[in-house]
Design a protein around this ligand. Sequence first.
Ligand code: SAM
Length: 161
Amino acid sequence: METGTPESRSRPIKEEKDICLLYEPPSPYLDLMTKALVGSPRAGRCSVGRKSKACLPPHDPYNSFLRRFGDDWPPYGYTMIGIERLQSFMSAINEVNRNHVLGAIMEFGVWRGGAMIMAAAMQKERGTNRDLYLFDAFGPVGGNSYDTLHGLGRRNTYVWR
Ligand SMILES: C[S@@+](CC[C@H](N)C(=O)[O-])C[C@H]1O[C@@H](n2cnc3c(N)ncnc32)[C@H](O)[C@@H]1O
């Protein structure tokens, strides 16, 4: 049974979406990649509130709403961000390609790398050849872990020198 459907989370209205990034329906290949990367074929989920034991079985039942927006901690798959944010990322790549903007694609904080796997899949399909740079701390940084900072509400304010 599906649970957790906060009304505050919804797709942007059509007009709003149209003036931001252009949504393109994914090809069968990218649609399959999306499903594999967000972990939907194997299903299963771990709740955000149990992060430290997130990937130990048994998992909570798969919740497609949480996975859609990336509001859970998926035991399977390669990206946390969920279908909607993955599509937004794809739209951003389409946008720079469409406008012939030069440059690489970089992601800071890749987790299992799923978003950049999608970037690579798009390059393969579209024949583009941008450099891809992936960064991650893969653990505590400067004595402060991501979770600690997140818990303190300072997620976006930490500067590592
Ligand atoms: C929410 S996850 C990223 C999700 C990822 N973008 C995806 O598609 O699944 C946050 C990631 O950022 C990394 N991270 C957190 N703080 C960092 C830092 N200061 N420097 C580099 N990586 C960091 C964590 O190790 C973790 O992999």
